[in-house]
Design a protein around this ligand. Structure first.
Ligand code: ZOZ
Ligand code: NAD
Length: 708
């Protein structure tokens, strides 16, 4: 038998244990091992019932996702097909009890549903998360789940992909019993109870499949929700079609339909992109010169300096994760304002049902306001979030390094300033690091961790680990102006503005990028963030602007008119009392006047050109960042864009998207823009090199790793 699966016996109960760490994925060898065990059991009259359990920390977390790439590239070696194994289990002559702890996800839940019974510890989770990978269940999940849980629950689980906890699974009849205490002992006892009884086959249970009248509204609502919440993604709609097939067709035909839809999704660019994102989110945690074993600095309490927009949000992030927080401001009115905003944000979370009042009260009690540095000597980490001014940041770092213990992590939330210069004000630069939270800090998942010249590996490793506890995706970046995300966002925003100057309407620019999949168009985003913020930064960095290089002209003028965006009720758009954006003919008129004065000729611009200009600008800057080593890998840039800038997950991030389009094509397009618009479009050398070699950014990363 495969060494990934063991078969033992306990007083008439056969126990099949899957041991394929870390998550017991159904890698080649596992299905074969289970099949062999079932075969032996069926020929052994001493066996009365069977328990199938996962060794280690979990049941089965699904199919081995690495295998999907092998299938689509034609490199998969044949093995036992999961659907056939599941039929074999269901046909086993002894009752099979699936014992679930950790997670039973995807193929793991499909395996569990092929058993005759399921027991689980209360902390276990079950789910069909395939849509998050751009696919649908491919081993009968869409056919067996409605037979156990009913059509509405099955549609929700297969189309949205969120797992549910065992107590809810019990209510939905996915699980038959919760086991408190030792799972194996409980499952064996359960197996003794059911031994000798006729074993119910899930595929033969049709009583929950409903009638067309009952199901019609369920499917139409689910489709509407999927189109809205998972815009442009094909898998959720395919999952709904497959569940619908379960209600209309016999089991075998439903499975065939599911297989067809599964294959369509698996071979799509969307699924390849989403699988890239799954592994990417895990890859970014790996820092080549900061190994996993790097000692961590214990962080149990923190202090935040500045209770403005970001400081307040960061305080909530730590409090939500259970950390006591000292929150320092300069004076009582500023502190009161900061705390009032925190309270208001929490109150709206309670109103929306995201948090309970009790949870919020507990979090608020963790946040201790202060006007001085008392207590800073006891904290393990300080996050500075004062105004974006180098002089002020240096003053604050000079102060905190004096009041904090040696070894306290000193982090800055700066979005543009040089971390090394900030660190020069602290006598322990090895403790200084950038933790660039995104706004609103308590909502956005991204955390750019900025490595200074002197930042120690312990501090880096601790911050990367800490991010996970805070529910953030951390990406390590180098210390350059704008770091990775904002540095790329500059050219992207620049092109959006140029396009308006050249004749595209504000709405057309935003619509083209929204249709491409961005969460919001760039001009609506600018209105949301506040046009004054970037106006202030532009003035601060005026000395870096190269003479003779074209710069956007409209936004400065809008700011001069006091149009700062949503906060002033007008920016690129005007806003009604519900902050709904309304196209503003006055802006269109002003733009026409200003660009005519600047001798810019307006013309018709297609949606395709809008997308190409904006996305190619992102990719070109991304290539420079990658070449200069400010991002460790192309995927790091992708994860930043997906989690901080609303880039569509199904395009995999800007660098993956460029790889999918083909770097030669992207390079040629950039060369056209270079010819038309001059120096700002100079192709990045790395992009030119890869295009000429016929390679991708992903291959560049692989080659780099190989030579490291
Ligand atoms: O890892 C978390 C998770 O959510 N995993 C993915 C679960 C999932 O999406 N399952 C569905 C898979 S698709 C499927 O099953 C389709 C299906 O029905 C097809 C059937 C027909 C197929 C026919 C063709 C073959 C989990 C919640 C489980 C654990 O989270 P943690 O935070 O504790 O741990 P991670 O995420 O850091 O994971 C540890 C290491 O395991 C790797 N991994 C996780 N799930 C995997 C997997 N590798 C392959 N396949 C999986 N399903 C993960 O990448 C990580 O690796 P390292 O190298 O970074 O440590
Ligand atoms: P803000 O103006 O809302 O808040 C800054 C706060 O710092 C003010 O309340 C001020 O009173 C306080 N402060 C000033 N000096 C202080 C001192 N010595 N001690 C204690 N408090 C002091 O600014 P913000 O938008 O929260 O930005 C803070 C930092 O975060 C900046 O470095 C900014 O670049 C960065 N950042 C901002 C955003 C954003 O979207 N707002 C996003 C990412 C990063």
């Amino acid at each position: 038998m495969s060494d990934l699966v063991q078969l033992t016996r306990d007083n008439g109960i056969a126990i099949i244990t899957i041991n394929n760490p870390p998550v017991n994925a159904l890698s080649p060898g596992v299905p074969e091992g289970i099949a062999e065990a079932i075969e032996q059991i069926d020929h052994d009259d001493t066996v009365k019932a069977v328990v199938l359990i996962g060794g280690g920390r979990t049941f089965v977390a699904g199919a081995d996702i690495k295998e999907f790439g092998k299938i689509t590239s034609g490199k998969a070696r044949g093995g036992l097909e999961l659907p056939a194994l599941l039929l074999r289990i269901e046909d086993c002559r002894r009752p099979v009890v699936m014992a679930i702890h950790g997670t039973a996800l995807g193929g793991g839940l499909e395996l569990a549903m092929a058993g005759h019974y399921r027991v689980a510890v209360p902390s276990a989770q079950v789910g069909q998360p395939e849509v998050k990978l751009g696919i649908i269940p491919g081993a009968g999940g869409t056919q067996r789940l409605p037979r156990l849980a009913g059509v509405a629950k099955a549609v929700e689980m297969c189309a949205e992909g969120n797992p549910i906890l065992a107590p809810e699974a019990l209510k939905s009849a996915i699980v038959d019993r919760l086991i408190e205490g030792d799972l194996l002992a409980g499952a064996v006892a359960f197996a003794h109870e059911v031994a000798g009884r006729p074993a119910p086959k899930t595929r033969e249970r049709n009583d929950k499949l409903g009638t067309p009248e009952q199901n019609g509204p369920i499917f139409s609502t689910a489709r509407e929700t999927a189109r809205k919440k998972q815009r442009n993604i094909i898998a959720p709609l395919a999952a709904i079609d497959a569940v619908e097939a379960a209600t209309r067709l016999p089991f075998e035909e439903g499975c065939q339909m599911e297989r067809r839809l599964f294959a369509e999704c698996l071979f799509s660019d969307q699924s390849k992109a989403l699988i890239h994102v799954f592994f990417g989110e895990r890859e970014v945690a790996k820092i080549p010169d900061v190994p996993k074993e790097t000692p961590l600095i214990p962080v149990k309490s923190v202090a935040i300096v500045g209770a403005g927009t970001m400081g307040g949000g960061i305080a909530m992030v730590f409090a939500n994760a259970g950390f006591p927080v000292l929150l320092k401001e300069v004076d009582q009115p500023a502190l009161d304002r900061g705390l009032a905003t925190i309270r208001k944000n929490y109150a709206s979370s309670v109103k929306r049902g995201r948090f309970t009042q009790q949870f919020v009260d507990e979090r608020l009690s963790l946040i201790k306001p202060t006007l001085n540095y008392e207590g800073f000597a006891a904290v393990d980490m300080v996050v500075e979030a004062v105004f974006e001014s180098m002089a002020l940041k240096k003053q604050v770092f000079g102060e905190i390094v004096r009041v904090c213990r040696t070894g306290t992590i000193l982090a800055s939330n700066t979005s543009t300033l040089d971390i090394d210069e900030i660190a020069s004000a602290a006598s322990r630069p090895e403790c200084v690091i950038g933790t660039h939270f995104f706004s609103p800090a308590n909502v956005m998942r991204l955390l750019e961790i900025v490595r200074g010249k002197a930042t120690s590996k312990e501090v880096i490793s601790t911050c990367m680990q800490l991010a996970k506890k805070l529910g953030k995706v951390a990406v390590l970046v180098g210390n350059c102006v704008g770091f990775v995300g904002n540095r790329m966002f500059g050219p992207y925003r620049r092109e959006a503005q140029f396009l308006v100057e050249e004749g595209a309407s504000v709405e057309a620019v935003d619509k083209a990028l929204y249709d491409f999949g961005m969460a919001m168009g760039p001009l609506a985003t600018a209105d949301l963030a506040g046009l004054d913020v970037s106006w202030r930064i532009r003035r601060e960095y005026q000395h870096l602007q190269k003479p003779g290089v074209r710069r956007p002209l409209v936004e400065d003028r809008l700011c001069e008119l006091g149009r700062f965006g949503q906060k002033t009720g007008a920016g690129w758009y005007k806003y009604d009392e519900n902050r709904r954006a309304i196209p503003d003919p006055e802006v269109a008129e002003l733009v026409r006047k200003w660009v005519a004065a600047a001798s810019i000729t307006q013309r018709q611009i297609t949606a395709e050109e809008i997308v190409d200009r904006c996305i190619c600008a992102l990719v070109n800057e991304g290539a420079r960042i990658l070449e200069d080593g400010y991002a460790l890998r192309a995927v790091d840039i992708d994860i930043i864009y997906l989690n901080g800038y609303g880039f569509p997950t199904y395009h995999g991030g800007p660098m993956w998207y460029a790889d999918t389009v083909g770097l030669k094509k992207v390079y040629n397009r950039i060369c056209e823009f270079h010819k038309q618009h001059g120096q700002i479009w100079e192709p990045a050398p790395l992009l030119r090199q890869l295009a000429e070699q016929g390679k991708t950014f992903a291959e560049f990363t692989r080659d780099q790793r190989a030579t490291a």
